[in-house]
Design a protein around this ligand. Structure first.
Ligand SMILES: [Mn+2]
Length: 242
């Protein structure tokens, strides 16, 4: 039988209108992205270290999805501009990242996912680019004078030769952008592989890990963004032994 990659998606949380019902969910674009890339998506609720370890044994890869800000306590900084933090979600994301790395299963970080991985690897974040970084260009395409749609691209990134992202995207390519935080200090084991033109790290990689600051799952109409998903699934299948 042909091998199929089962891909865990980290859940995000929100409360309904009554403010009493907590929901764990992911946007459907993540599920569609994984399916179009050739895998089967599986939504993971919030998990302990032990539960994360069991899941990492059974699943073939992990997507750490976009979401709200990581609590800055994880990079030993007071909260200045971080919003909507949720320790339950943070700890679960960090548990899952560590478990999948331990089992040498591929991890793809998207937006908040990139920030979580950077912090897990000892890096830090700008808590608000507009307040803490000089001369950024607009990184929230919803806030532009003429707001762009979810399927539009917004700013260009340049890619570093010799990296996987360069192989996929070439020297430069347009991406979408929905973040107010960004990488400040890059985790020491990570290789920066994409930059925005104002100098922020928008992508990095290391063995079994690729992370991007943008949302390829909303850009599957562009072959190169879909190829990032396909490359991730191929890596997951290559490591699958059963
Ligand atoms: Mn950006």
């Amino acid at each position: 039988m042909e091998k199929i990659a089962l891909i865990g998606l980290t859940a995000r949380s929100e409360y309904d209108e009554s403010k009493t019902n907590r929901r764990l969910y992911d946007n459907s674009s993540y599920f569609e992205f994984i399916k179009q890339s050739g895998g089967i998506p599986v939504l993971i609720g919030t998990v302990s270290k032990e539960e994360a370890d069991e899941l990492a044994k059974c699943l073939d890869g992990l997507v750490i999805t976009g979401g709200e800000d990581l609590d800055p306590k994880f990079y030993h900084t007071d909260n200045t501009y971080s919003e909507c933090t949720d320790l339950d979600i943070d700890e679960s994301d960090l548990n899952l990242y560590e478990a999948f790395l331990n089992h040498s299963k591929p991890v793809l970080g998207i937006c908040r996912g990139l920030q979580v991985i950077n912090v897990a690897e000892g890096g830090t974040l700008y808590q608000d680019i507009l307040k803490e970084y000089s001369n950024p260009h607009e990184h929230n395409q919803r806030q532009m004078e003429s707001p762009l749609g979810v399927n539009d691209t917004s700013h260009e990134c340049s890619f570093v030769q010799g990296t996987t992202l360069y192989e996929i995207f070439g020297e430069s390519h347009y991406v979408n952008t929905y973040h107010h935080q960004a990488i400040k200090d890059l985790g020491s084991s990570l290789k920066a592989s994409a930059f925005s033109y104002d100098g922020l790290v928008e992508g990095f990689e290391k063995e079994n890990v690729i992370a991007v600051q943008w949302h390829p799952e909303r850009l599957t109409h562009d072959e190169k963004h879909l190829n990032l998903g396909k490359h991730f699934i191929q890596n997951c299948l290559a490591k699958k032994t059963f």
